[in-house]
Design a protein. Structure first.
Length: 152
């Protein structure tokens, strides 16, 4: 009996560390940075695992899913400029899709400035749709929602 109990404990101890791991090759972090009482910047950071890439915006038909950051559900703010990445994506001919594509192959941040129009209701809300690949496989297209209260 003691032998079986020991084996069970060893199995559980071996499995538990695996349960907390997230193997997602691309992870998103959404934040709001206020630059004054009424102005701020929405920041979307993509953490990209080594060997993987996140596809760019406006890809040709017949290929992978373009990255889209939709902020249309936001309330109490007005965007003052378009969404901009910290750097330009690389452009390559992807043999897997046989298309000319753009992507980011390491961590990237996207920023969009805004002004607060209704401080009591101000919230950055929407969704990020994206897809990533490496040299051998692709993750299925994913959508992640975000909801960030702005201000106090």
């Amino acid at each position: 009996m003691r032998k079986y109990l020991y084996a069970l404990v060893m199995c559980v101890c071996g499995i538990l560390p695996c349960l907390g791991q997230d193997d997602a090759p691309i992870r998103w972090q959404v934040s709001v940075k206020m630059t004054s009482a009424t102005q701020g910047v929405a920041v979307f950071k993509a953490r990209i695992a080594p060997g993987w890439h996140l596809y760019g915006f406006n890809l040709p038909a017949g290929g992978p899913k373009s990255t889209e950051i939709d902020m249309s559900q936001s309330i109490g703010i007005r965007f003052t400029a378009t969404l901009k990445p910290d750097r330009t994506p690389v452009k390559v001919h992807d043999s897997m899709f046989d298309l000319d594509l753009s992507w980011w192959d390491s961590d990237i941040a996207f920023r969009r400035p805004f002004v607060v129009t209704d401080a009591a209701k101000a919230v950055l809300k929407g969704k990020i749709s994206y897809m990533g690949c490496n040299d051998e496989t692709c993750s299925p297209p994913k959508t992640q929602s975000f909801d960030k209260k702005i201000g106090k």
